[in-house]
Design a protein around this ligand. Structure first.
Ligand code: HPA
Length: 243
């Protein structure tokens, strides 16, 4: 069953007809919220609000391991995650959707592996290509059919937060090759890989990253972009579920 992880701005899928709700106990504790099972455009899907419902958990407080384990336990076989990001390069103007194809992890102090049980064999998962090609291609087809500004590919820099970055940090991320910056892509993406769940990300650029515009980044500015942008994301996901 296809599962969606809703990030900032997508705490609820208002186009989802709810059928059931799962609260599996995982060995990592509780997920951010119940895993909602519903019908989206006639297809059974799962939905999980990454930051809880209501949106309360900061990026570093999210129990990513419990979230991924709960989705797997609820029957997820593939995951499309959404997130709000800052735009660094010209590929990522405010309001655009980006389908990243790479990640650089700058987070620290997070529980970032499921292999912490010494009695189980350790696996060093291949993570050369962090996002699933089949899911990305299917998303590309839906984005191509919609009249939206989107970009195929890009490198997602995962920062620790919850503060936004300094301009120098964003310059460094840009030199490293990052196009967008967000706080939740890791360890989520690698945990999906460890669970052998195909995973792709759809990112909405909600602000120019630090130093990329002449003004301060405000939550009001971000909220304004999220309102319309996440409506587009919901539409793309509904379309995606139906194909
Ligand atoms: N930086 C990091 N995370 C973000 C940003 C940003 O500028 N905007 C939205 N999430």
């Amino acid at each position: 069953m296809l599962a969606f992880i809703g990030g900032t701005g997508l705490t609820r899928m208002d186009n989802l007809r709810i059928i059931d709700s799962h609260t599996p106990e995982t060995r990592f504790g509780a997920a951010s919220a119940p895993v909602v099972e519903g019908a989206l455009n006639g297809q059974r899907v799962l939905f999980l609000a990454r930051h809880g419902d209501p949106h309360l958990l900061l990026p570093h407080q999210v129990n990513y391991r419990a979230n991924l384990a709960a989705l797997k336990a609820a029957g997820a076989t593939a995951i499309v995650a959404t997130n709000a990001v800052g735009g660094i390069t010209a590929q990522a103007p405010t309001g655009a959707l980006v389908l990243p194809d790479q990640i650089i992890d700058y987070t620290y102090g997070r529980e970032m592996t499921l292999f912490d049980n010494l009695s189980e064999p350790l696996v060093h998962v291949d993570f050369s290509w962090p996002f699933d090609v089949t899911l990305r291609n299917a998303l590309k087809a839906r984005l191509g059919a919609a009249d939206l500004h989107w970009n195929d590919g890009g490198c997602y820099g995962a920062t620790q937060g919850p503060r936004l970055e300094t301009a120098a940090e964003i310059d460094r991320l840009e030199r490293d090759g990052c196009d967008i910056v967000g706080m939740t892509g890791m360890p989520e993406a690698v945990l999906a890989r460890e669970l052998e769940l195909p995973y792709a990300m759809l990112s909405l650029v909600v602000n120019p990253a630090a130093g990329k515009s002449s003004h301060e980044i405000t939550m009001a500015e971000i909220d304004a972009v999220i309102h319309d942008g996440m409506a587009n994301v919901r539409q793309v996901l509904a379309d995606f579920a139906a194909h």
